[in-house]
Design a protein around this ligand. Structure first.
Ligand code: DOR
Ligand code: ZN
Length: 486
């Protein structure tokens, strides 16, 4: 066998079901062998990974890299630098940029900015009333998936009407394309917020009071109804409430094609922290009372929640620390801190490393149709590897984040378990904790890797016949008066 580019020896390879001591051989962008040290081919470069775990690079289904439009908050360069320094090799970017990712032109602008990415990426295009007429066009332009802001949030994009959402699902179901949904009821939260504001409330907890869990319960119920009716694939973003889990559990049992993410902030923070940190912790959906934390963990263990994402939502310190809670922008950075935070919980025996790999890599790869090439350390897959040191401990510091948004509720938190090197398609993008700046632009779209399982559309024929001309043999509408019994 000819000599390959790189062989990594001495590490523990982590998969969703087992951890094995194995060497990994890499040629170009791909893994060409995983196995015993003795059977590895000769290599131009050898690397020791003794004492380290080799995890498939994490896949974050939910980041806001803000580019184009809000470069003072984040750019593709800074956001993706944060990703790879956090062991994340693939990100899916959200469409609430400026312009929103709802036209071919806006999509082209985003793809141009993404040429500076350190991480591989997918693009969620916007699904709302303004885009539902040209979803295929957005897919042809490079979108991997869609996002519907059913709940209002940063960017103030109007929520899709139920009619547009149904129509979007009717169109996407036969294609098997998945739609991310921000599931909150916009009408309830707008009304509640106004009541709070009129009453003079400007404190942090007023934000939670404006967005009670029923907003999430109602919106998830509605979205699942439309998804089940059409057979469309949906993905619930940033699941925050214990009370809406039963809807997902039941829908999954019935075969609804729903995947769900939650984020470290919903697992590890609650209103106690909100009282301490105020606007820094303002985000949508809000962080809730402590009673929600453990049920979200249980749902992850059970598979009701499929994965960890971050909702990486950077804003400047000034935008996060204004006096009134209503004036503080919603969201905070997270793509860089997710892995150390979750590994710390693994060290605390709350989950295993294999569970973590299922949530951070395997399940997101499956949801977005890139599993096999991404999400796994195996022959034929991309060489996307997070080298993890489970013994290394430290303190998260907002000033050291790669993100432009140097303000984080995790500031000062002690963690144990860090990614120390990140490999993307055979190339180091982070090494010894340092960004490899020459790798800027190495990231590319995962669009060409996407293969979704066979779609199972239901009840979509009525939609397709509604938009074609009257089928043969059917009389045009308007009941002729002579047919009406008198
Ligand atoms: O808090 C949030 N901020 N939630 C979202 O859904 C959007 C995000 C943002 O874009 O800032
Ligand atoms: Zn978001």
């Amino acid at each position: 066998m000819k000599s390959v580019d790189l062989v990594i020896r001495g590490g523990q390879v982590v998969g969703p079901d087992r951890i094995v001591a194995a060497s990994v051989a890499i040629e170009g962008e791909h893994i060409v062998a995983v196995g015993h040290d003795d059977v590895m081919p000769s290599a131009k470069q050898e690397m020791r990974a003794d004492g380290l775990y080799l995890l498939p690079g994490a896949i974050d289904s939910h980041v806001h890299f803000r580019d184009p439009g809000y470069a003072h908050k984040e750019t593709w360069e800074s956001g993706s630098a944060a990703a790879v320094c956090g062991g994340v090799t693939t990100v899916f970017d959200m469409p609430n940029t400026n312009p929103p990712t709802g036209t071919r032109e806006a999509l082209a602008l985003k793809l141009k900015s993404a040429q500076r990415s350190y991480a591989d990426f997918g693009i969620h295009a916007l699904l709302d009333d303004s885009t539902v007429g040209h979803l295929e066009d957005l897919l042809a332009g490079g979108a991997t998936s869609f996002k519907a802001f059913v709940g209002n949030t940063f960017g103030n994009l109007p929520p899709p009407t139920d009619g547009a959402l149904l129509e979007g699902f009717e169109k996407l179901a036969p294609l098997g394309i998945r739609t991310v949904v921000h599931a909150e009821n916009s009408s309830i939260l707008a009304r509640r917020q106004k009541v709070m504001e009129d009453a003079g409330r400007i404190d942090a907890l007023a934000h939670l009071a404006a967005r009670p869990a029923v907003c999430e319960i109602e919106a998830i119920g509605r979205v699942l109804t439309l998804a089940e009716w059409t057979g469309a694939r949906v993905h619930i973003a940033h699941h925050s409430a214990a009370d809406s889990l039963y809807l997902i559990r039941d829908a999954k049992r019935r075969g609804v094609e729903v995947t769900v993410e939650t984020c470290p902030q919903y697992l590890l923070l609650n209103t106690e922290d909100m009282l301490r940190l105020g606007g820094i912790m303002r985000l949508n959906p809000p962080i809730r009372e402590a009673r929600h934390n453990q049920p979200l963990w249980d749902a992850l263990m059970e598979g009701v929640i499929d994965m960890i994402a971050t909702d990486h939502a950077p804003h400047t310190p000034e935008e996060k620390t204004r006096e009134s809670i209503w004036a503080c922008d919603c969201g905070f950075p997270g793509v860089e801190t997710q892995m150390p935070l979750m590994l710390t919980e693994v060290n605390r025996k709350r989950a295993t490393l294999m569970d973590y790999v299922r949530w951070s890599a395997v399940n997101p790869a499956r949801a977005w149709g890139i599993y096999g090439t991404k999400g796994v350390i195996a022959t034929g897959a991309h060489a996307d590897i997070a080298f993890v040191d489970m013994a290394r401990s430290g303190t998260l510091a907002q000033g050291r984040l790669q993100s432009i948004s140097k303000i984080s509720p995790w500031h000062g938190r002690t963690v144990q378990g860090y990614p120390v090197h990140t490999l993307l398609r055979g190339r180091f993008v982070m090494r010894d904790g340092e960004l490899v700046t020459e790798a800027m632009g190495w990231g590319r779209s995962v669009k060409s890797l996407q293969t979704m399982p066979t779609p199972r559309p239901r009840n979509t024929e009525l939609y397709s016949s509604a938009i074609t001309t009257t089928p043969p043999g059917v009389r045009p509408n308007a009941l002729p008066s002579e047919d009406v019994p008198r």
